[in-house]
Design a protein around this ligand. Structure first.
Ligand SMILES: [Zn+2]
Length: 361
């Protein structure tokens, strides 16, 4: 087994930089090994990027074949994403765990929604009374996460965003997931589902576009992070246009939330919420978009350093996964420039190393 030497700035944390490290047998060490060095990589080194909201095994039509799911995972990997929390998939992508060349994947099982209350072909569709049992089923099928659709347009009712589940049922379901050792995250666009989710002990919020300042304070205090998915929210204008005259309240709400997205994400940051980065790739967003999502954060007025932390150290800590620690698997990306100075550097990785092996283009 060869030894790879890494020199430059190895960013173990926002304030923790090492000048030199080695990869031995796929693992990272800061103690100089005895063997000869086969290869030296130089640059600014980040832990493998984390996409907190990425649907491997999904495309606009729903579930995809394993070959395509693998291709999606490779596209993510080649953009530097070496750890994915999938935030729901209609496909069983557990075969990716056996692929050493695929990014690490933390699956959330299938999306859980009610009939006609989410995108067709994506979710397991159940009635309210079945939520607790279904959450337990998906907790057992996934890798420690469950994904609930908390709100969606109610075309047969108000014609606006409405919660899918009564608060008491949500609370029972989330408690059941926790008993299974799983955490729960929720798709939420609306204002009305946030308090019931927080009351129920939700572990993470996706999108969070309907959050008020009071919601933001609550989430910050409870330590519940938000994955803001700015690329997705930039599409709200087109969702509004599609809803058009038929659902005017929904269209107006979506348009408003889309337009205010930059100010809204800054307000979340200012409220003290932990923001984690996710692309929402798989439906309409392309895989491999994490550098683009990071650029959106900076366009919104967050700092490049915040964008980097949200896609590396903070996300890994929240998921319970190691970063550039002594003895950890060497999952890292090397850049010529520091992405904390210029976020566009994330789109130009020099080297991508997964499980100690050079991968990527
Ligand atoms: Zn999504």
């Amino acid at each position: 087994m060869g030894v790879t030497r890494i020199v430059g700035a190895i960013l173990r944390g926002p304030e923790d930089v090492a000048p030199e490290a080695w990869i031995v047998d796929g693992r990272l060490t800061y103690m100089r090994p005895a063997g000869a060095v086969d290869e030296t990589l130089a640059g600014v080194v980040l832990p493998g990027l984390v996409d907190m909201h990425c649907h491997v095994g999904l495309d606009p039509g729903g579930a995809v074949e394993p070959d395509l799911a693998l291709k999606q995972a490779f596209v993510d990997r080649d953009a530097g994403t070496l750890l994915i929390r999938d935030a729901g998939s209609p496909s069983n992508t557990s075969f990716l765990h056996d692929r050493p060349d695929a990014p690490r994947l933390i699956r959330a099982g299938r999306f859980i929604a009610r009939p006609k209350r989410y995108l067709r072909g994506y979710a397991v569709e159940i009635e309210v009374d079945d939520l607790v049992d279904e959450v337990v089923r998906q907790a057992r099928a996934g890798d420690g996460w469950v994904k609930i659709i908390a709100d969606w347009i109610d075309r047969d009712g108000s014609g606006d965003l409405e919660p899918l589940w009564p608060g008491a049922v949500l609370a029972e379901a989330i408690a059941a997931a926790h008993s299974e050792g799983a955490r729960v995250t929720a798709h939420t666009f609306s204002r009305d589902s946030i308090d019931p989710l927080l009351d129920a002990g939700i572990d993470c919020l996706e999108h969070g576009t309907g959050m008020t300042e009071a919601h933001m304070s609550r989430a910050a205090l409870a330590g519940v992070p938000v994955v803001p998915t700015l690329l997705q929210i930039s599409q709200f204008e087109s969702f509004a246009a599609l809803a058009g005259d038929k659902y005017p309240a929904f269209a107006a709400r979506m348009r408003h939330m889309g337009q205010r997205r930059f100010a809204h994400v800054r307000a979340m940051r200012d409220a003290g919420i932990t923001l984690l980065m996710g692309t929402d790739a798989g439906g309409t967003i392309s895989h491999g978009s994490l550098p683009d999502e990071a650029a959106e954060w900076v366009a919104a007025g967050l700092t490049p350093a915040e964008a980097v932390a949200a896609s590396t150290w903070s996300a890994r800590e929240f998921l319970g996964m190691p970063g550039l620690d002594e003895g950890a698997s060497a999952d890292l990306v090397v850049y010529a420039e520091d992405p904390r100075a210029d976020v566009s550097a994330l789109a130009r990785p020099l080297h991508i190393v997964l499980r100690g092996v050079r991968v990527g283009p």
